[in-house]
Design a protein around this ligand. Structure first.
Ligand code: HEM
Length: 153
């Protein structure tokens, strides 16, 4: 159960990043190019938010099952940077990032013109992407280092 969740969550990062980059690409292109906001743009907006929500759910399931966070207590974790990262910083930053993405997606949907839809989507998705990039445990991260890809076992 745990190793399957870890594998899916590790892979899910790429789905979220690719989705966000694609969504931002369409949003900036539409905003700058004064294009109409099409059904495809709307599906992209919605799909990116859904993929991020699945990753959020996987993250919470991992939080509950991870042996790393068994008996997690903030007071003790302050002295263990790896545990503190996953038990607090990663969870908090990713949850905020996905709230930002969701608010941006909902606001974009409610705008009445194509340029404002694209602009809202572009700016909020960019803010979410920056937070996510900062909170991913990249192999080169000084906070917590994890592989780019994890195989199932
Ligand atoms: C866009 C959102 C998120 C992304 C891109 C993301 C990405 C990642 C990545 C790449 C790892 C390392 C996986 C590995 O070791 O191969 C990880 C680990 C972890 N994530 Fe997330 N995460 C996100 C959201 C969350 C959330 C919302 C939670 C909890 C509420 C969470 C909890 C965890 C935990 C507990 C681990 C460590 C598991 C372990 O090593 O036992 N993640 N995350």
């Amino acid at each position: 159960m745990y190793s399957t969740l870890l594998f899916l969550h590790s892979l899910g990062r790429w789905a979220v990043l690719c989705g966000l980059l694609y969504g931002m690409g369409r949003a900036y292109r539409g905003w700058r190019g004064h294009l109409p906001f099409t059904t495809h743009d709307n599906t992209t907006r919605h799909t990116v938010a859904t993929v991020a929500h699945v990753q959020l759910m996987l993250g919470y399931a991992l939080y509950i099952t991870s042996p790393l966070l068994r008996d997690f207590h903030l007071r003790d974790a302050v002295h263990e940077p790896g545990t503190l990262f996953f038990g607090l910083q990663h969870v908090a930053a990713m949850t905020v990032a996905i709230i930002v993405l969701t608010v941006g997606s909902a606001l974009a949907k409610r705008q009445s013109t194509s340029p404002t839809k694209f602009r809202t989507m572009a700016l909020w998705f960019t803010a979410a992407l920056l937070l996510i990039l900062l909170a991913i445990p990249w192999p080169f991260s000084p906070l917590a280092s994890r592989p780019y890809f994890r195989l199932p076992h």
